[in-house]
Design a protein. Structure first.
Length: 146
C-alpha cells in the first residue's frame, strides 16, 4: 500500500553543515549590526531633540534677542524628535527579539552550533539604558512646558 498523503516540509531545507553554520553566524551578526544602527539613530534623535530645546531656550534668554513668533515650537520639535528616538528603540528591540527567536527556532537551532546560553548579547541592556535616558530627556523637556 502506497502512502499518498502529502508530506509536510518546512519552508526551507536546512542542512547541518559547516557552510550552513557560518551562514547562520553571518546572519546573527547582521542582526546585531542592524540593532546597533537602530540604537545609533535613536541616540542621535534623542540627543538632537534635547539639543534643539536647550539651544533655543538659551537663545531666547540672551539679551537683545527678539522674541520668537512661536516660542514653544522648538520644544514641540524637540519632544517629537525625542519621542521618535524612544519609538525607534522600542521597535528595534522588538524586531531584534523576534529575529533572534526565529534564528534559534526549529531546524535553525541545529546549525547554530551553540547552546542557548551562548545567545546572550549586551545590546538589549544597552538599548534599555538608552530607552531610560530617552524617557528622562522627554519628561525633563515636557515638564518645562507646564
Amino acid at each position: 500500500m502506497t502512502d499518498t498523503t502529502p508530506q509536510t516540509e518546512s519552508r526551507f531545507t536546512v542542512k547541518v553543515a559547516a557552510e550552513s553554520h557560518f551562514a547562520w553566524l553571518r546572519t546573527r551578526l547582521a542582526v546585531e549590526r542592524t540593532i546597533l544602527a537602530w540604537i545609533r539613530t535613536a541616540v542621535s534623535l534623542i540627543a538632537f531633540g534635547f539639543t534643539i530645546v536647550q539651544f533655543f531656550q538659551r537663545v531666547q534668554d540672551m539679551p537683545g534677542a527678539s522674541p520668537a513668533t512661536f516660542p514653544n515650537a522648538p520644544r514641540y520639535l524637540g519632544l517629537a524628535l525625542i519621542l521618535a528616538g524612544i519609538g525607534s528603540l522600542i521597535v528595534s528591540m522588538w524586531e531584534y527579539r523576534w529575529t533572534i527567536k526565529y534564528l534559534w527556532s526549529g531546524d535553525y537551532a541545529q546549525i547554530a552550533g551553540l547552546t542557548k546560553e551562548g545567545r546572550k548579547s549586551p545590546v538589549i541592556a544597552v538599548a534599555i539604558v538608552l530607552l531610560m535616558v530617552g524617557i528622562f530627556a522627554f519628561f525633563s523637556v515636557f515638564l518645562r512646558l507646564i
